[in-house]
Write a protein that binds this ligand. Sequence first.
Ligand code: PMT
Length: 406
Amino acid sequence: MLANKRILLGVTGGIAAYKCAELVRRLIKRGAQVQVVMTDNATRFIPAMTLAAVSGNAVRTSLWDEQAELNMGHIELARWADLILIAPASADTIARLAGGHCSDLLTTLCLATDRPIAIAPAMNRLMWSNPATQDNVSKLTARGAQFIGPAVGELAERETGPGRMVEPAELEEFCAAQFGEGVLAGQHVLITAGPTREPIDPVRFITNRSSGKMGFAMAAACADAGAKVTLVAGPVVQPTPPGVTRIDVETAEQMHKATLDAAPGCDVFIATAAVADYKPGFAADSKIKKDAASQQLDLIRNPDILADLAAKHPDIFSIGFAAETDDLQTYARGKMQRKKLDMIAGNWVGAGKGFDTDDNALWVAWPGGEQELGPAPKGVLARDLVALIAKRQAAATEQASKDNSA
Ligand code: PMT
């Protein structure tokens, strides 16, 4: 449970503020202590009195509250929280946070805290996709803030698109996940990430443009969702996410061995790595000289890690990524069927897409369904994909138990 976890809920000006009463009620029911801080504009959408009543604590609305500030109230609040959740977060608040402003109590305490900050945006779809907002989101993500949503759907102005605040139930699960109670709690997730290097001689190799960003974001999101995570990483310069066990490898053969060795006891396998399909049939022991006018490289197939793991461990819920430049859906579904996977995340790649980018977009499919995720920063996308994986895995388990008892 969220027993005694201290959640500071920042509410900003947006119609979704009315959902905060439900959110506070849910968090309190899970045992959390909730302190609400509202911006001026938030009070136009929901009275502070309502949130005070459901939280059981006086709501703070001003930096200029003499009584509270006698004890440096904003610093106290910044230290009190185990988690700061801003929901709904308006475009203006996101911009002020990205700019490091402290123009009201909420932005001031966000600047004065070292606690995790989570942001659930809610705004018009064009405000969300505006490059100014996206720049602000990237800046805050790079500084460690976590974005939850926005969800895609009908907006207050009767338009449809990304901009809805994610529902209180999902925010409640997100908070629980921050304290080891997430949607993957108790599960062991194995992930491959990054490229592989296939040696030609001691100084040359074949590789690709994978940076490891997507795979490392998946590892962080799985750990945040409460899973034990083993990450088999090709040669990348990404920092290891907190709580993740990392195994570094270089070649596809090494990645194949490390992954299959780590598989027993795992519940979920996510293959984000861009594994070299081929390697030189012969790697020279000494540096190859440039005497000849031309050279030929003889390439042989590498083992398929994902296909081998899925065949050997059909009980592990296996998700592949399919990097495609053309006809993404057809090729991705084909890979899912051929490799006998539970899910596939089709990833458009090419100039400025997929590889070594901060943002990404996925077309995710499973037998009988599909869903688009993004475009969004890889960290946001990873959290959405983890939520989808947990949902599909639970549905597959339920179906299997029905089939067994039939
Ligand atoms: O690392 P980034 O810069 O963030 O970029 C992320 C990404 C674009 C690399 C990632 O999102 C992605 O799409 N990864 C899959 C890349 C790929 O190799 O796709 P594929 O279609 O060739 O392979 C299909 C699946 O089989 C993949 O899950 C792959 O990990 C797996 N595979 C492939 C070959 C092989 N020998 N062994 C495998 O396990």
